[in-house]
Design a protein around this ligand. Sequence first.
Ligand SMILES: Cc1cc2nc3c(=O)[nH]c(=O)nc-3n(C[C@H](O)[C@H](O)[C@H](O)COP(=O)(O)O)c2cc1C
Length: 338
Amino acid sequence: MSAVMPPVASPLVIGPHRIWPPVILAPMSGVTNRTMRALYKPFGLGLTVTEFVSSCALQYGNRRTMEMIDQHGIEKPVSTQLWGDDPGVMARAAKVVRECGADIVDINFGCPAPKVTKTQGGSACLKDVDRCEAIMRAVVAAVDCPVTMKMRLGWSEDNLVYIRVAKRAQSAGVKAVTLHARTARQFYKGSADWEHIAALKRAVDIPVIGNGDLDEAHLAVDRMRRSGVDGIMLGRATLGNPWLISQIVDLLEGRDARPLPTQADRLAYAIVHYRAMVDEWGEARAVPQMRRHLALYLRAIPDAAVLRERIMRIERADAVISLLNATIERLRCEALAA
Ligand SMILES: Cc1cc2nc3c(=O)[nH]c(=O)nc-3n(C[C@H](O)[C@H](O)[C@H](O)COP(=O)(O)O)c2cc1C
């Protein structure tokens, strides 16, 4: 693959929104909160999506649920994702998230977690294509903004319904569909099968967004080009590495991918992320939540395991930041000495 490629993409059109670059941050429950979406957007994302929100829980409007749909301070357009199994409840929830600032409402037909599928939500909806359609029609009718949908290939290998569901989506007025190319039964095992993503693109006229295992910039652009998708969605590989987003955008705009930052610079940014989380959520909530992020920001550092171990045991934000600053100092000295 060559380092410089001609622009391979056009803006992703979702209803009235022309989204450039066509690169979307995947919804990730417990991870992509408002702080992270606001911080990662300037790395070049065209669109961010909230973590999934229960349509049932939205009926009660408790504080934790309302925090999840908070879109303030994030550059528009922004999308809010809902899950549920009941068309009427989903429609009411869609109205609420629209009133709370969503420019796009996304429907989750992909979550494989038992706590969701045991109530027939998330990927369990894929067992019943008619119910998927009823949910999509109800949500589309409820809001004056575009509705999108994100799904897996099907519940299991022997019942791959993604093309049928996408065709129903198209006829129901859904404006774009994202495919994470694994079955629900697979959870995260094996690899995402981009041949299915290409097949979906050929099968429908609405924009298709490809998702799954895009963890390197050239690979991402190559998969986008080969499958012909209108957009790509990035999840796990961006955690602790938002620079991947900028590299992909460089390639999409016909430039060389910029180099990744030094380890010291990665940690300096991890401190920015840490401070933003503590400011927004307070120390008691931010410190445990940031452990996962820090483990990923640290992953390229030689003694990462030792550092991670220490961070896991620290409860105070200032002590974590001091440890990170000391590590940055050490890495910079080592780089000078090398
Ligand atoms: C911790 C975590 C939480 C997730 N939560 C959601 C979610 O709330 N809604 C959703 O549609 N997908 C969710 N996903 C799936 C991702 O959006 C994405 O489809 C999946 O990780 C594959 O993309 P990737 O290989 O780029 O990570 C989650 C994934 C992870 C790892």
